[in-house]
Design a protein around this ligand. Structure first.
Ligand code: SF4
Ligand code: SF4
Length: 112
């Protein structure tokens, strides 16, 4: 018991001050996917590659629509890997708490 106490005192504090102080995720961390609308050509490769199926394309009233829902995203990075245009990339953002599922949607629209 005494040994454990000594070891603990020597180690010091290893926890961080988060959330009072922002905690930056390390390089390579796979967080929220981000879309770069100007680069997307609506090819649908990411839709086919997304394991949980949280990306979809549809068309309505002469408008193409691309939707990505972070609700259900497993942050695998497949969308980024297959996108031929570099239009989607995973960021280091991990604070994804929201009151509604709709708040977790990213939608881009384009006239056809
Ligand atoms: S990171 Fe994975 S689960 Fe999330 S949108 Fe991309 S392919 Fe889908
Ligand atoms: S994000 Fe990339 S892979 Fe997905 S539809 Fe747009 S261009 Fe195609």
């Amino acid at each position: 018991m005494f040994e454990i106490l000594i070891k603990t005192l020597k180690t010091g504090t290893v926890t961080t001050k988060y959330p009072q102080k922002p905690d930056i995720a390390p390089l390579g961390f796979r967080g929220k996917p981000e879309l770069l609308p100007e680069k997307c050509n609506f090819c649908g490769e990411c839709v086919k590659a997304c394991p949980p199926g949280v990306i979809w394309l549809d068309e309505e009233k002469g408008e193409k629509r691309f939707t990505l829902s972070c609700c259900g995203c497993i942050f695998c990075g497949m969308c980024e890997e297959v996108c031929p245009c570099g239009a989607i990339r995973l960021t280091r953002e991990y604070e994804l708490g929201s009151k509604t599922k709709d708040d977790l949607l990213t939608i881009i629209r384009r006239r056809v």
